[in-house]
Design a protein around this ligand. Structure first.
Ligand SMILES: [Zn+2]
Length: 258
């Protein structure tokens, strides 16, 4: 399987729509737009088999209707807790989405960004939508800090080798905040030194690995000693949800000033 990221809502939300494909068939994750997908399908003579939705924000679903018109036989998968009218198959924790005879994705409930959010993963790839970003995480837009921190800890249990595919290109600002949060993290500095973003070009393959995120993404590291001490100094208590909440609100303040 090949996986490419098509830029969408460029200049406003800077999304990636991930297209999983072989020589004939394609599956699309979080289509907030449709034109670039239809063009990609046509250029590569691909039949769209399914659409996978992580949550029902418009920048993840607004392309679904036009794609259904283009490929009426494709199936739309989405969260059980979402009420978006285009979703045909509702998914929850431990469900399996069979993409073809050899390739399937498992579902994890990852509420926090929203109540309905789910992630899809298998032995090679993690599609985490707006739960985690490269070196960052989504904002709290409907879920709770308790939900969000436990979703992140759940994702942290998955193998380091997984290719990391999130729904937005926010790497540069996220790395700037990560450096502020963890100034002594050597792996983070190495990541900053090698990071070279070319958005809005088509992205080939994963943005990073879950292992790299575990080493450098502060939102996967709020309970590591140095960052935890800083968050407690800023007012957090010892619990995962409080540490996460403090880090998230620190990032919200950072975003306002950048
Ligand atoms: Zn969202």
């Amino acid at each position: 399987m090949n996986i490419v990221g098509l830029p969408a809502l460029v200049g406003t939300y800077d999304n990636y729509i991930w297209v999983i494909h072989n020589e004939k068939e394609a599956w699309v994750v979080d289509p907030g737009e449709s034109e670039q997908i239809i063009e990609f399908l046509n250029n590569n003579q691909l039949v769209l088999k399914a659409i996978l939705i992580t949550h029902q924000h418009f920048d993840h679903v607004d392309g679904v209707e036009a794609l259904k018109e283009h490929c009426p036989n494709c199936t739309v998968y989405g969260p059980e807790k979402s009420n978006h009218p285009t979703i045909q198959v509702k998914c929850k924790e431990n469900d399996s989405v069979q993409l073809n005879e050899r390739f399937s994705l498992k579902v994890l409930d990852t509420p926090g960004h929203t109540k309905d959010h789910i992630a899809y993963y298998n032995d090679e790839a993690l599609f985490c939508g707006d739960t985690l970003f490269t070196a960052g995480c989504g904002r709290i837009l409907g879920g709770s800090v308790e939900e969000f921190s436990s979703s992140i800890l759940k994702l942290r249990q998955l193998p380091d080798t997984l290719g990391f595919y999130c729904a937005h290109e926010y790497t540069n600002t996220n790395l700037a905040f990560a450096k502020l949060a963890e100034p002594e993290n050597i792996q983070l500095q190495q990541r900053i030194d090698k990071t070279d973003i070319h958005y809005p070009a088509i992205h080939q393959g994963p943005q990073s690995t879950l292992g790299e995120e575990k080493l450098t993404n502060p939102f996967l590291r709020f309970d590591t000693p140095a960052l935890k001490a800083e968050l407690i100094k800023r007012g957090a208590s010892n619990s995962a949800s409080s540490l996460f909440a403090e880090l998230r609100s620190w990032k919200d303040q950072f975003d306002k000033s950048h």
